[in-house]
Write a protein that binds this ligand. Sequence first.
Ligand code: PLP
Length: 440
Amino acid sequence: MSTNQSLKPLTLQTNAGGNLQIGGCDMVELANKYNTPLYILDEYTIRSICNDYKTAFKAYPKVNMMYASKALCTQAVSAILADEGFGFDVVSAGEIYTVYKGGVDMSKVVFNGNNKSFEELNLAMQYGVGRISVDNFFELSLLNEVAKSHNKIADILLRITPGIECHTHEYIQTGHLDSKFGFDLTRIDEAVELILEQYRNLKLHGLHAHIGSQIFETTIYSDEIDILIKELARLDEKFGLKLDEINIGGGLGVKYTENDMPPSTYDIADKIITSLNKNIQKYGIEAPALFIEPGRSIISTAGVTLYTLGSSKQVPHGKKYHAVDGGMADNARPSMYQAEYSAQIANKPDAENSCEVTIAGRFCESGDILIKNIKLPEIEEGDILCVYNTGAYNYSMASNYNRVQKPAMILVNNGQDDLIIKRETLDDIISHDIIPQRLK
Ligand SMILES: *Cc1c(COP(=O)(O)O)cnc(C)c1O
């Protein structure tokens, strides 16, 4: 069992007052203190999954754990992951700047993305980002120019498309042949020739792939290793090129509902290490350093979102809707991916689940439904809904749709609650507006 297989944060319990408690903090008290919607993050759960990964991969000596920060990128989260010894996968200037300001060692950062801009590559060179995973031919030439202008050598990986299909939502598959990400296997040699013969300011260290997200299969990881090691061996033979790094991306799934059965970190580590050792022997190559960059599985389980329940509507002979004070702007996943979530009422978690209801968001879209047909106790206005597994891809995809302020985020640990993201104010909402003089 590893932490990504838990539906709820590990410290969750019902306290003496009959309320849900996480990290030793009463969820109803936090909802009153900081207002709702409110993101909660349990530090113990984050550190626990970090330990699962580190323990699971101990059997392979050259392993480097990275955190895919796009799942949730804040300075406090960066500080926790850096303290756990993780490096970082970043995909934009904003993420580079956040981890930099969060005190991260920039040599342990990998910069990914299929259309990095000149300004972003420039920032990456300026801050000494450790590896840039180059996605395409245009970027090879652009990065070479940027590195030259800095009088530096850019340390790179090549992002490849391994041509593997995983069974996850179409929008979060990334490794199949018809993907917008990476070099096709048939174009790698061309890229390598350019790097060796023409692009003097690029140094190639290894290959990078990422096959998708919310993955429940384990064999797909061994398929991926098969392809990456075969390519390393082939490039060695053809070009005499000794590449000593492979980055296999992230993707391990989490448990959003009782029906989800993701494998553990130990299951995937076993497949990955077995396949690595088998392939290293088969091709007689030096064991490469392994980089693995999970995002969702690191941060999802640690997060919950608290909402206040408000209005309700009984459709004649149909559904009973209850609306919360948030929705698609703080959690886009249900409307974007038909994602499912589980929830409890924080002020009466142990009451009998006597009603089947649909939890609606507050935004002006019929598609803004958070949870369809969930069994909950009788709901009264003012009840606090606690939605589980919202740590990943919730705040990071949040918007100001309907000009709603983004919620605050609280880090809980041992009875302590720390504000790590302030709630936006009404002045924040208009802070970028400009009225031209002629309209005044
Ligand atoms: C998104 C992404 C990850 C993380 O994926 P998760 O499913 O959140 O673990 C890792 N590597 C790359 C290149 C990515 O794009």
